[in-house]
Design a binder for this molecule. Structure first.
Ligand code: ZN
Length: 87
């Protein structure tokens, strides 16, 4: 089973332990193979490449909301986004 995480700012998901449904490997997202897409990050089993975790990326409104709520990572991301000049 692939876990889909819709709230990127949910605390602790990176350290959470997952079990691979295909081969039984256990570990956190830090140990998985990560593939970055525009809309989401996909984490797969380092042993058999079974997709274990899909993390949907927050949109700008989501980042702003999380930053307003005091989430340090969101504040950082917002600072990066705001430093990019827009046409
Ligand atoms: Zn596996």
């Amino acid at each position: 089973m692939t876990t889909t995480l819709t709230d990127y700012y949910q605390p602790g998901w990176r350290a959470q332990c997952h079990t691979c449904a295909a081969c039984g490997w256990q570990g956190s997202s830090r140990q998985m193979d990560m593939e970055l897409h525009d809309e989401q990050s996909e984490y797969s089993c380092p042993r058999c490449e079974f997709p274990m975790l899909v993390v949907l990326h927050p949109d700008l409104a989501g980042i702003r909301a999380a930053a307003a709520a005091g989430h340090p990572e969101a504040i950082e991301q917002l600072a990066i986004l705001d430093s990019v000049p827009r046409p």
